[in-house]
Design a protein. Sequence first.
Length: 256
Amino acid sequence: MSRKRPIKKCVECGEMAPHHARGLCSKCYERFRYYKKVADKKLPQRRKSDINTAFFKAWGPEMAYVFGFICADGYINQALTQLVIYNTDYNILDKIRNSMSYDHEIACYEKTKVYRLNVSKKEIVEDLVDLGLVPAKSLTLRFPDVPEIYVSNYIRGYFDGNGTINFHDKGSKPQITVSISTGSQCFAEGLLEGVKNTEGIRGSIHVNKNQKNDSYSINFYGYNAVHFLVWIYWNANGLFLERKHETTKSFLSKYI
């Protein structure tokens, strides 16, 4: 036997009628359900996060590379609400954007032809701060505590942002130099030590004296330069700056 609904005054129309949910009579309740269904169809779907906010929470090959690249060609603002990554090469920013599962356009300054990727996610910025990134990092950046297995990925990222390859063809004895630049003495010393401890590659630091602030170049020559390039690009899995990777391939195919 079906249970009879209690007779109550409808909160909508005031009629004494069998009571439904929300204090409505059957007529008002059906009207409520109809309009709710229509409204639900018009409501926009809740937007999913447009970026992988967990990207910098755990070390991995892609995370280490992107973090290294940001340490070279990126910064966070003083309010710790925005990350900016920039470079003259659109493709590398596109690779980084895809690695982070980021759904945002890459802007371009027409006058300078510098591409820029803005990330306005406080959680992302806070994770980078936890890793050691700070605003106005140029002179104060420290080499982070990178797990040994990912040191080559991190350094490849930094090198793609602030590194150069120079070689001179002198017959059977070509000369090659790999240089990495930074404004932080502490970072230069930490990077050189990290490369030596991880892979046994030896280099040196050259101080570039300037009137305002000194800068530092970490240099690798000859066999150590070749060893360095092979080490950082060997298992790059597509995440690298094309022109430096091609320069490396060209040299190695010709002389090694």
